[in-house]
Design a binder for this molecule. Sequence first.
Ligand SMILES: *Cc1c(COP(=O)(O)O)cnc(C)c1O
Length: 372
Amino acid sequence: MSSFESIGCHPVINASGKMTALGASAVTETVARSMATAAQDYVNIDQLLRRAGTVIGAATGAEDGVPTTGAASAVVLAVAALIAGEDLTRIEAIPESTGVPNEIVLQKGHAIHFGSAITQLVRLGGGVPIEVGQVNHTLEAHLRGSISERTAGLLFVQSHHTVQKGMQSLAATIEAAHEAGLPVIVDAAAEEDLRRYISAGADLVAYSGGKALGGPTSGFLCGRADLIAAARAQYAGVGRPMKVGKEAIIGLCTALEEYRDGPPDSGRLRDVAQYVVDELQGVRGIRSRVTQDEAGREIWRATVTVDPTEAGFDAVELSRRLREGTPAIHTRDHLANTGSISIDPRPLREGQERIIVERIIDIIEGESGDHS
Ligand SMILES: *Cc1c(COP(=O)(O)O)cnc(C)c1O
């Protein structure tokens, strides 16, 4: 029995992706073991934060880093760092920040909701979000025209949640900011490439530990040494209720070391997706194929299309029945109302693809039983 079942939670097979609502990532044996060892021991936390910063720096190419509870708190610490620096009085006043530059400029198409609102993170860090341009249209002039002596920095969000057209590039954002002597924070929560934004010239970059990286519930900020020192200093202020555990820090460091060779083997993802497609061949009312990630990442999934007249129900209903069985199977279903769901092999544990295929076949056959 899993730890979750022992307190009454239903077992879950996650075929939907790195979803916070399903526990984000399941860590490797090595990461889990490092976390267990850390949880049973003591350490000088200040030293641990600094050593972890060195590990984060090595993994990202940044001068330094600081571990956090997630990318969301990394954004909060980053904003607070730009506003309060290492000044203890200001640190203890955040989110109150009158009298110092506190405006954080971002493009309107980047003012997203990822599970919560990014502008709320800016406010929590003491920032006043200044959304510039229009939802689908931001010009360089909007960015430059909104920078003033009140500006503390610019925020750039790299995510599939943002509006994908009509926005200014990261390069243009960095250029506008640096010309004004201002830093740029990049929220790269779910991105696979841990070096790209630092090498592009971003001053602070926030990542999730539990998304592409596949580590524990955690995150980190990496970037310029002086700004990271200021971000670390926020743990004496607004960062305190976002305290990251010693076991999460060690798990994050272990995951970063394991990640050094890049994201998990896309060949395996393809094989699992192909297995699902092969096994569903000829099943009544079901057509399936291997598809690549919409955002072009090296992620391969099995997309399952349901023909309601043949199957007797539609894709929305298939997704519901999969979710309501035991174990509950969660598929990627944001396109279910257009007739397809997909199986994401990344979070599947060994052999779970077989359980999914069997369940889909059972559901289809059960439906034909009902009608015969
Ligand atoms: C998921 C996400 C976050 C929050 O990351 P956590 O690690 O869950 O705190 C922030 N920004 C974006 C764009 C995200 O996708």
